[in-house]
Structures are given as C-alpha cells and as structure tokens.
Design a protein around this ligand. Structure first.
Ligand SMILES: [Zn+2]
Length: 305
C-alpha cells in the first residue's frame, strides 16, 4: 500500500451521486458519477448508501490508503455532524446515523456535512480565499443554498441549522415553502420561482435560455433584484471578507451578474460594507462537491487528531 493518503469524497444529490479520491494536495482521482435513483425513493436508502461506499472502496479504493470518508448531503444535519436529520428530495434519508453506521461497518473515520458547506470548502480552495476572516457563500439552484465560514470554521449553530438564508421570513410572499412555512424568501429567491416566472410572465420561455433572451425583461429584472434582498441582508449582518456566488441558476448562460451586483450594492448598508464588497463566482464543475468533501474531511481529521 502506498503512503499517499486519500479522502473518499462523496457528493449526494437528488439526481446523481458523485464520488472520488481526494489527495492531501486536494487533487482528485477516480471520479465517478452515478444516478442516485437506486438510493432515492428506496425503503433502505441508508443501507444502499453503505453498499455504494463499500463497492467504491473495493473497486477504486483497492490498495490505497483511505484516511477517511467525507460525505455531503442536501439535508439538515445535527450539530455533532453525525446524523442526517432531514432530506426533502431523497426518500429514506431522514434521521439516519450515517457516521456511526459507516464507521462501524467499514472501520474508516467518517465525516458528514451539508452539500453547500462542501461547495464552500471547494470554492474557498479554488478561489485561494484565506481561512482567516469571514466568507459567505450563496448558491442559487432549485432553492437558495447558503454557507458561512468564520476563520476556517463552518458556522453550524446550536442545532446544526445555521445559515438557512432561504428561510428568512419576508412580507407578502405567496405560496408554501418546502420547510412548511409560508413566508420564506426562497419562495421568490430560487430557481423554482424562476421557472414559475418563465411559465407565467414570459409565455412559457425555456428556462435554460431565459437570461440570454430575457435579461432586460421587467420580470427577470425583478427576479434578480429580489434575489439581492436576502444576499444583502446577510452581508449587512456579517460584513464578510469574501462573497461567493454560485449555483446552477447563476451558471446559466447570460446570467446578469451586473444586475445582481448593482442590486446588492443598492441594499447593502452605506458606507460599509457597501463600499468594499468582494465578489467571487464559483467555477462550475461536476466534481466540486466531491473535492470540497475531501478538503472538509482532511480538515476535520486534523481537528480530531
Ligand atoms: Zn422555508
């Protein structure tokens, strides 16, 4: 067995599950991507996840020094980062003691966190953002993902539920959020809402081209402007050193970055933090969550040692 240490990084999504080996230099190898339908909607999702880990270790991990396993979930996770509490988009991943189960069955130290925390780890590394200071990350996908790092530590909160920016309340919001509340900003600041805008206000416009073809339309300008509200709210609370912006919606062709940045400046407190906002856009990549999980695993392993 070679001396080189690897972290098995796993990124679990509603559609795909991705995995790879991350070295201590944070380089990725043996990346795989598989449909997560076998894990989704399964009565025994936790058992299937364990089988996936074992199969990966038998195939890609054979003969290698695997120092740990680090998994990112689209879920809420307990404060101790051991139990996946609730996963709205994947059946069977509620109240699952992932860390204890994998460690008992596989005998390798295991770490879990949210998918957006893993993306933050990746984007800080990729963007050469130092640990020192505050980094706030905003990931606009189906919902509004948020992650915060303070001096290299992820902000977890009393119950593990910090940085739920999508669920801050707002007046006059229509609809019901996935969390059960009816006032969440995610009801207007999300890809889900963008789809509604395409259907109802843009005559069924194809969402994939909506920014290329309609970015000056008042409905899109309003969407972008509204998106800036929660982002600026968090900026006004944290006065972050770096602001990471990413997610599938932001990475669509023609996304109007200037419109978003202008609106964030409009809502940010003057003169500061408004005069000194440092935006970093995450670079799209299938493997980002896996690399981030690997980085996170190495950092947690160091803390445990
Ligand atoms: Zn909500």
């Amino acid at each position: 067995m070679s001396d080189k240490k690897y972290m098995l990084g796993i990124d679990i999504g509603g559609t795909n599950i991705r995995a790879g080996l991350v070295g201590e230099d944070y380089n990725l190898s043996d990346f795989i991507i598989e449909s997560s339908t076998q894990i989704m909607d399964a009565e025994h999702a936790a058992d299937k996840l364990l089988l996936f880990v074992k199969r990966y270790l038998d195939d890609q991990g054979k003969g290698k020094n695997i120092a740990g396993i680090s998994l990112g979930f689209p879920s809420t996770i307990d404060r101790d980062r051991k139990v996946v509490l609730s996963t709205p988009n994947i059946a069977g991943l509620d109240n699952v003691p992932v860390v204890d189960t994998i460690e008992a069955q596989v005998g390798i130290p295991t770490y879990i966190d949210t998918d957006v925390d893993m993306l933050l780890r990746h984007d800080m590394f990729k963007g050469s953002i130092p640990d020192e200071g505050i980094t706030a990350a905003f990931y606009l996908g189906t919902g509004l993902g948020n992650a915060i790092a303070i001096n290299g530590e992820l902000l977890i909160g009393k119950n593990g539920a910090a940085a739920e920016l999508g669920h801050i309340p707002s007046r006059d919001v229509q609809g019901k959020c996935g969390c059960g509340n009816t006032s969440c900003v995610e009801l207007f600041a999300s890809g889900k809402h963008l789809r509604e805008v395409c259907d109802t206000e843009l005559g069924g416009a194809f969402i994939g081209n909506v920014f290329k073809e309609h970015s000056e339309d008042p409905a899109i300008r309003k969407f972008i402007h509204d998106l800036a509200i929660p982002v600026a709210a968090e900026i006004n609370i944290l006065d972050p050193d770096y602001i990471i912006i990413g997610g599938g919606v932001v990475q669509m062709p023609g996304f109007p970055k200037e419109q978003l940045e202008t609106a964030i400046h409009e809502y940010a407190r003057k003169p500061y933090p408004e005069q000194n906002l440092d935006f970093v856009y995450s670079v799209p990549g299938q493997e980002n969550g896996v690399i981030g999980a690997g980085i996170h695993g190495f950092k947690q392993a160091k803390k445990r040692a």
